[in-house]
Design a protein around this ligand. Structure first.
Ligand SMILES: [Zn+2]
Length: 294
């Protein structure tokens, strides 16, 4: 399962849509999901292009964003291969359905769901999203289960509402959803992202102590430098767009602006995922922010 799963990871990274297309038809199709060990008792679970974190403690299991009901079911089966302890804690990273749906299977075994108050207030009702049992306000909230402590750190306006990153002090691991995706340009036209606030949030995240990142999309784990690279990309993109708009002389000439930006950024970021596909969308988002202020 794990060798197959690794293959699936590279396929999913390159072309998630392809996996969706071939998975139902082929008996030997790559797995849709995988559980990858990152440190003792700490795992990165992947379902297609989404990831979350699973932490096994001596008093039960902590899971973050359950993704959706199908992912949560597969995750639970994988957790049962690791431990016979129940899931006792589910922590939501922010307010978006694509990450926080599917907690029912954990709630049914007695798990408590925790979410930042700002995210809870802004989570649109959905039959697949279990509302939080407990919310917290402010910049930092510490939860403990058995021998494991998790720090929930609210990073402020950046993406969605009530975005928190989750730090495991003992393992020096930071779990980040959506605000850090290693080695890929920003997602499409950055839906519900506020690029200049996002940069400020990344500077805060850089101040925290950890060596390893478990992201919500992309590889199972990455070094802390991925956070710096994410912030530099957004800063470089912002500068490149300002310069390109001046060079082209017409803020509505997207194709031309994008070509100038690509030439500017290609030496440093040309190898990043979706560089050629999504750059025009990234540029669109930055020009809107620069022209309209949101
Ligand atoms: Zn999101």
């Amino acid at each position: 399962m794990h060798a197959v799963g690794k293959f699936a990871a590279s396929v999913a990274g390159a072309a998630a849509g392809l996996v969706f297309m071939i998975a139902p038809g082929l008996a030997q199709a790559p797995a849709q999901f995988e559980m990858t060990k990152v440190a003792d008792n700490v795992y990165s679970f992947r379902f297609f292009v989404h990831r979350n974190m699973v932490v096994v403690t001596n008093d039960g299991v902590i899971v973050t964003d359950p993704i959706n009901p199908v992912a949560a079911g597969q995750m639970m089966a994988e957790i049962e291969r690791l431990t016979d302890k129940p899931v006792k804690l589910v922590i939501y990273s922010h307010n978006h359905w694509d990450h926080i749906s599917g907690a029912k299977i954990f709630k049914d075994q007695g798990a408590k769901v925790i979410q930042h108050a700002l995210a809870a207030k802004d989570t649109r009702p959905s039959p697949n999203v279990v509302p939080a049992d407990e919310t917290f306000s402010g910049d930092k909230h510490v939860v403990t289960l058995g021998d494991q402590t998790v720090e929930l750190i609210h990073v402020g306006p950046s993406h969605g509402s009530g975005m928190v990153v989750m730090r495991l002090p003992k393992q020096r691991i930071l779990h980040t959803i959506d605000v850090v995706t290693p080695g890929r340009v920003a997602f499409r036209n950055m839906p519900d992202f506020y690029p200049q606030d996002w940069i400020k949030a990344l500077r805060k995240i850089e101040q925290l102590e950890y060596d390893t990142v478990i992201p919500g999309h992309g590889p199972a784990s990455a070094p802390k430098t991925a956070v710096v690279a994410q912030r530099e990309y957004l800063e470089d993109l912002t500068k490149a767009v300002s310069t390109a708009v001046k060079t082209v002389g017409n803020p509505f000439a997207f194709d031309k602006i994008t070509e100038v930006v690509k030439t500017d950024l290609r030496p440093k970021y040309g190898q990043w995922g979706e560089f050629d596909n999504w750059m025009i969308l990234n540029v669109d988002r930055i020009t809107l922010e620069q022209r309209i202020g949101w």
